[in-house]
Design a protein around this ligand. Structure first.
Ligand code: ATP
Ligand code: MG
Length: 398
């Protein structure tokens, strides 16, 4: 079946009351942006609680369109459909439904149910009459079919509106809220599995994200940095272009290594990362930080450790994978396509400057005391790190 039209289903926007149009406009905008990258020409239109995508010509690839739409936050379902214009008689609708059925399902043995919604009350039959008649016509034309009103294998939907829409397949969308309908947040993006997933999840709620990566040349390689750029690009397929701030962390890290108790290295290092990320976040008008932390995953992510890293920030820190098991995070990373890059074996600054026996229950007062020894020396280093961070735009579409 060569489809020309798609009905876009969205969920939570429907509950947004007076603001609803803001969300719908954002969604239409995102869909247009994503389809720009797909070969062919498309129109994206809004009609009373519905968004339609129509291909203007034959020269497009169905899978490419679906793939693009599956990267748009705010869409819960994508229904390839047949849309009829200037049809006002039952017989025409029935003929089109039978053609549709033949092309999509052929003579397969299937149970079905027809559901009709009639918004155009000038159509001469009501919804129940149309469903019953269509059911009858399908049964007659395709003897292998049967009706099952409770758990049909195919739910054939017919909408009688300004146009007539016929569809039965709903392909899953990414869910969430359209981009830009929330604030902007700064993701601490490492080369690991968790932080790209965390960024994806906050972006999915409609937030714009930027990212910070801390590297420690020459202890961490260019290749490790490239891996983070690749990850940011992968996330950008959903989130839109990401401004990645690459922060040189070597001096601070060496200072911590030289002067602080080794079992506290990771916690103190994480506190400096949070401080620097927050300073860059504020400059960039971000109103939150995002990390890929998950309770108990490693020593620096026990609840006691999180108290210590959290206390240096004034912005809210969003930790969307906080209660996820590793496997649950891995599952998402595989689904969104970041996993393969995340497991590339390039060292991270956390893995190089790491203690053999890190504290698992750090006491804030003690951490503050250890940190005090280096804090003054670190102030100009932090300023330098913030001022000299390299900005790299990561955009999968470029
Ligand atoms: P990830 O898989 O996200 O790297 P992880 O399990 O390796 O997480 P940690 O290394 O303890 O955990 O890091 C915890 C969080 O701190 C990360 O999820 C990330 O948000 C941030 N982070 C750690 N290292 C860096 C880094 N080099 N640059 C930027 N952020 C970092
Ligand atoms: Mg890590």
């Amino acid at each position: 079946m060569q489809y020309h039209s798609f009905l876009i289903k969205y969920a939570e926007i429907g509950t947004k009351g007076k603001n609803r149009y803001v969300f719908e406009d954002a969604l239409v905008h995102d869909i247009r942006m994503k389809l720009k990258r797909v070969e062919g020409e498309f129109s994206v239109t809004r009609e009373r609680g519905r968004i339609y995508v129509n291909a203007k010509s034959e020269d497009y690839d169905f899978d490419d369109v679906v793939n693009a739409l599956q990267h748009v936050f705010g869409i819960v379902g994508i229904c390839p459909m047949v849309q009829l214009k200037d049809v006002h008689e039952y017989r025409q609708v029935s003929n089109q439904v039978l053609t549709y059925w033949k092309e999509v399902y052929g003579d397969r043995k299937l149970s079905f149910k027809v559901r009709t919604r009639r918004a155009d009350k000038t159509f001469p039959m009501n919804s129940e009459e149309i469903s019953a008649e269509l059911g009858h016509d399908i049964l007659e034309a395709f003897p292998n079919t049967s009706v099952d009103v409770h758990t049909p294998e195919v739910l054939l939907q017919v909408e009688i509106r300004q146009y007539i829409n016929i569809f039965s397949e709903v392909l899953p969308g990414a869910g969430g809220m359209p981009l830009g309908t929330n604030g902007k947040a700064m993701l601490l993006l490492s080369g690991g599995i968790d932080s790209p997933v965390a960024g994806y999840m906050i972006s999915k709620r409609g937030a714009i994200i930027e990212a910070c990566y801390f590297h420690a040349p020459p202890y961490t390689s260019e290749r490790a940095k490239q891996k983070v750029i690749d990850l940011a690009k992968e996330v950008s397929q959903y989130s839109g272009a990401i401004a990645l701030h690459v922060v040189n962390f070597t001096d601070i890290q060496l200072k911590i290594y030289e002067k602080c108790p080794h079992e506290e290295l990771t916690i103190i290092m994480r506190r400096y990362m949070m401080r620097i990320a927050e300073a860059i976040a504020k400059r960039r008008n971000c109103i939150g930080l995002i990390t890929g932390e998950s309770i108990g995953q490693v020593a620096s992510q026990t609840m006691q450790s999180l108290v210590c890293t959290n206390e240096v920030c004034t912005l809210p820190v969003y930790r969307p994978v906080i209660a996820f098991d590793k496997q649950e995070i891995v599952d998402i990373s595989q689904r969104i396509g970041t996993y393969e890059t995340s497991i590339e074996p390039y060292e991270d600054c956390c893995t190089i400057f790491v203690a053999r026996h890190p504290v698992t229950k750090p006491i804030p007062e003690k951490i503050r005391a250890s940190e005090k020894i280096i804090y003054d020396e670190c102030i100009p280093m932090m300023e330098k790190a913030v001022n000299e961070a390299e900005l790299i735009w990561c955009d999968a579409s470029k």
